[in-house]
Design a protein around this ligand. Structure first.
Ligand code: 5AD
Ligand code: SF4
Length: 443
């Protein structure tokens, strides 16, 4: 028997890429590849890339520049680029960095085995099609491999919203939803392999409208209710959502579906109606706040998370102040904030840009406010009880680390718990990026 070949995968960007990287590793596993954490050992290096902001895309080229030298030490090493940079730039990647052997877009991962054979034969391979066949069907994982207790499951891909700053509708294509039965089968398989929490993923996940068993389309709320019936699955989450697709059935599910966790990532991007309009967001600050009001009426303890862009073309100090006001009004437990980054081919790229120094200063002010809110919310948890899904051992002896319902990282001292247990705790302290806790059900 020949020794297995080694695969090193590096993932950039969103959780959908994390899911895709797992699928790619599985499909190449069938070609006798084993995963390694050490790029120097690898026979194949795959960068699963992100194109959302310029910095993210540029990082890939600098990493490729570094990896190139590994080919001198190992002439058998093949280098591949997957993900959204692959989709957006295609052949250009091989022109810019000739060390790259393979370029594969997010819709073509099931074709990796053939592509791998081609590069082993000394050729290059490029596939950035949007093929007709269902890639998920062909990416079925090997059965029985044990999984960590929290897993991602992609149910929806692509976006039809065309926000004026965003490349996703171009790199990931039009919105598509996986059929309900396929999602449920994959969820049951994950549960059989030890998974207790599933996060449903999609660029626009709450626009999910997958075909049900009878051919009639189902909403994300209906899918969540179907998942709720799976024995052994204890927690359900979903991300990322658009405010306009927060339908009443989904809001109700937050109040009534026991397994649906009290956490919602709902990007708003800006608090200024003028900017929202120019972003083509098709909602206002007020309509966004109304949605949150309804969600909080259904589930008062829900923890809100959001995305913000500062320095979007033509953003004035007054517009930016409106964003700060909205943040004050919501109170975010988590937030991701970015300086506007020009993406060629998107409508906003052509517009008058904000001075980068002004944008930097605004980003700092926004992040200061968000950090303060986050800390206040974490400190308010102290003394309260929570339930933690235990994911891994902590640094101290006897300590275990996991996630609360609200997605806070929690360290449990003297936990006496195993990975995959869901344990009741009392929060004892708020640290910088996590909470400390003790078991609430033991002396
Ligand atoms: N510049 C800055 N941030 C962006 N995002 C998307 N496109 C851009 C861009 N061109 C942010 C949005 C989105 C998140 C995933 O990335 O906030 O919600
Ligand atoms: Fe991009 Fe999200 Fe807007 Fe779609 S809804 S275009 S993914 S920011």
């Amino acid at each position: 028997m020949t020794a297995p070949k080694k695969l090193f995968v590096k993932t950039y960007g969103c959780q959908m890429n994390v899911y895709d990287s797992e699928r790619m590793a599985e499909v190449l596993g069938e070609q006798a590849y084993e995963q390694t954490d050490v790029p120097e050992e690898a026979d194949m290096i795959l960068l699963n890339t992100c194109h959302i902001r310029e910095k993210a895309a540029e990082k890939v080229y600098s990493e490729l520049g570094r990896l190139k030298s590994l080919k001198a030490a190992n002439p058998d090493l093949k280098i591949g680029v997957a993900g959204c940079v692959a989709q957006a730039e295609g052949e250009e990647i091989m022109r810019r960095q000739p060390a790259v052997d393979l370029v594969v877009g997010p819709q073509s991962y099931h074709r990796l085995p053939q592509m791998e054979a081609r590069v082993r034969a000394g050729k290059t391979a490029l596939d950035t099609d949007f093929p007709e066949e269902d890639k998920f069907d062909k990416l079925k994982s090997r059965p029985k491999a044990r999984r960590a207790p929290a897993a991602f499951l992609t149910v929806q891909e692509g976006c039809d919203k065309f926000c004026a700053f965003c490349v996703v509708p171009y790199t990931r294509g039009a919105e598509t939803s996986r059929p309900v039965t396929r999602v449920l089968d994959e969820a049951r398989d994950l549960v059989d392999r030890g998974v207790r929490e599933i996060t449903l993923l999609g660029q626009n996940v709450n626009a999910y409208h997958g075909a049900g068993p009878d051919g009639v389309e189902q909403s994300l709320a209906q899918l969540i209710w179907a998942l709720n019936d799976i024995d052994g699955l204890e927690r359900i989450r979903f991300t990322t959502s658009h405010p306009n697709d927060m339908t009443d059935d989904l809001i109700d599910a937050h109040g009534t579906c026991e397994k649906l966790m009290p956490y919602l990532h709902l990007p708003v991007q800006s608090g200024s109606d003028k900017i929202l309009k120019r972003m083509n967001r098709s909602h206002t600050a007020e309509s966004y706040l109304r949605v949150i009001e309804k969600i909080r009426a259904a589930r008062p303890d829900i923890l809100m998370s959001g995305d913000f862009i500062v320095g979007f073309p033509e953003e004035t100090e007054e517009d930016f102040q409106a964003t700060l006001d909205l943040i004050e009004a919501v109170g975010y437990g988590y937030a991701y904030s970015f300086k506007y980054s020009t993406r060629p081919g998107t409508p906003a790229a052509e517009r008058p840009q904000v001075d980068p120094e002004v944008a930097d200063a605004r980003l700092q002010r926004l992040q200061t406010l968000i950090t303060r809110q986050q800390q206040q919310i974490q400190e308010a948890m102290v003394g309260r009880s929570a339930r933690v899904l235990v994911e891994k051992p902590g640094r101290e002896p006897g300590q275990m680390v996991g996630k609360s319902e609200y997605l806070h990282a929690v360290h449990i001292d003297n936990s006496d718990a195993d990975i995959g247990d869901i344990v009741p705790v009392r929060i004892t302290a708020a640290k910088r990026n996590s909470l400390a806790a003790v078991r609430a059900d033991q002396g």
